[in-house]
Design a protein around this ligand. Structure first.
Ligand SMILES: NC(=O)c1ccc[n+]([C@@H]2O[C@H](COP(=O)([O-])OP(=O)(O)OC[C@H]3O[C@@H](n4cnc5c(N)ncnc54)[C@H](O)[C@@H]3O)[C@@H](O)[C@H]2O)c1
Ligand SMILES: [Zn+2]
Length: 333
């Protein structure tokens, strides 16, 4: 078992990584918790034992279930059961469960402690770490939420064995990102050490910029093209797959801006290929349409802030020239 910490002064918390760490749940529960509300989904084969009185609350699947009506449902069921401010919520699942249950915990009784038992690769290296919680509105993803740091996070690598292969690949896309955020040798590590290395990276970034005033933005490396591809839609790409293509696009962009050399671009391609992730945008995509999605205001095509690699590592960079955006796009076709 590997134990790490998200360093946030008096709100610092442990992250345990390794096979079987779900059995450490009772050890990491905040002292004095009399009851535990376990939130999970029907398809998640991960029973947990908090060691105190507990009840399981099952929420729905997918992005549609990550909404305010689920938050209301959970809070009302907790209230009927008599969950108090001194009790604890334990979210057992991927990002959909930890985002939704985390947000419900943040607002129930103006805040009750939450522990995340992350059961997807993406959840373990990303969603469960860092305290961003929230739900979707019809008008957009993650539009309602709050920062609510968990009391502890358990990343049990054993439970990843039951993940559908596509969900596993989804997490690998996010893992590939960390290879360019200063995690050296990531692709050669055994799974639990690789997960721990990613957690350590995210924990450091979150510790230095909890509320995304600056540095935390580097966690969006590869995400600008990634989000545009997801928005352009109808191409059956999971988030991590879109991010993987986005990483290569970001490298091609950085190359054209003179920030990195050909070797570093090849390194991006090597890492993404090594995880067996897609390296090219789907056929039939119009570059101008995708580029217009880079900026929220679709008319302002010039001037997009990207997170790009460079001599000082990955950092936000403003790119003004649409010709460079197009040339880099041609390189990922
Ligand atoms: N808060 C953050 O910082 C943050 C960061 C990244 C992503 N997110 C959010 O995370 C969500 C995506 O999370 P995800 O990729 O984990 O998807 P998910 O939570 O939808 O899980 C994917 C599927 O796998 C199933 N599953 C989970 N664990 C399993 C297991 N061990 N065995 C078998 N099946 C299992 C789930 O029931 C689900 O059907 C998005 O809503 C995204 O916005 C949040
Ligand atoms: Zn992501």
């Amino acid at each position: 078992m590997i134990q790490l910490e998200v360093p946030l002064a008096d709100r610092s918390y442990p992250v345990l990584v390794g096979a079987g760490v779900r059995h450490q749940l009772s050890r990491v529960l905040p002292a004095g918790a009399a009851r535990v509300a376990v939130v999970t989904q029907a398809s998640i084969p991960v029973p947990v034992d908090p060691g105190v009185e507990h009840r399981v609350f099952v929420m729905g699947e997918g992005e549609e279930a990550k909404d305010l009506s689920t938050v209301e449902d959970l809070c009302r069921q907790w209230a009927r059961w008599g969950l108090t401010r001194a009790d604890v919520v334990v979210a057992v699942g991927g990002g959909v469960v930890t985002d939704t249950a985390g947000f419900a915990a943040a607002v129930y009784h103006r805040g009750v402690a939450v522990v995340h038992v992350a059961t997807t690769l993406l959840g373990q290296i990303d969603a469960a770490i860092g305290g961003k919680t929230g739900v979707n509105l019809t008008e957009g993803k993650n539009l309602v939420g709050s920062f609510w740091q968990p009391a502890a996070v358990l990343c049990d690598t054993e439970v990843l064995g039951s993940l559908p292969p596509r969900e596993y690949r989804n997490g690998l896309g996010e893992m590939a990102k960390y290879a360019f955020l200063g995690v050296d040798g990531l692709t050669d590590l055994p799974l639990d050490e690789a997960v721990a290395a990613c957690v350590r990276c995210k924990a450091d970034v979150v510790g230095s910029d909890e509320r995304e005033a600056g540095r935390r933005a580097i966690l969006n490396y590869g995400h600008t093209l990634g989000h545009a591809l997801e928005t352009a839609g109808s191409y059956d790409l999971r988030h991590g797959e879109a991010v993987a293509i986005g990483l290569i696009y970001a490298a091609e962009l950085a190359l054209r801006l003179g920030r990195i050399d050909e070797d570093r671009v090849a390194e991006h391609r090597r890492v993404v290929a090594g995880y067996d992730l897609p390296m090219r945008v789907p056929d039939g995509l119009d570059s101008d349409e995708v580029i217009s999605l880079f900026s929220r205001d679709k008319k302002a095509v010039s001037g997009v802030t990207f997170v790009l690699d460079g001599p000082q590592g990955v950092e936000p960079v403003r790119v003004e020239d649409p010709a460079i955006l197009r040339a880099a796009f041609d390189a990922v076709r």
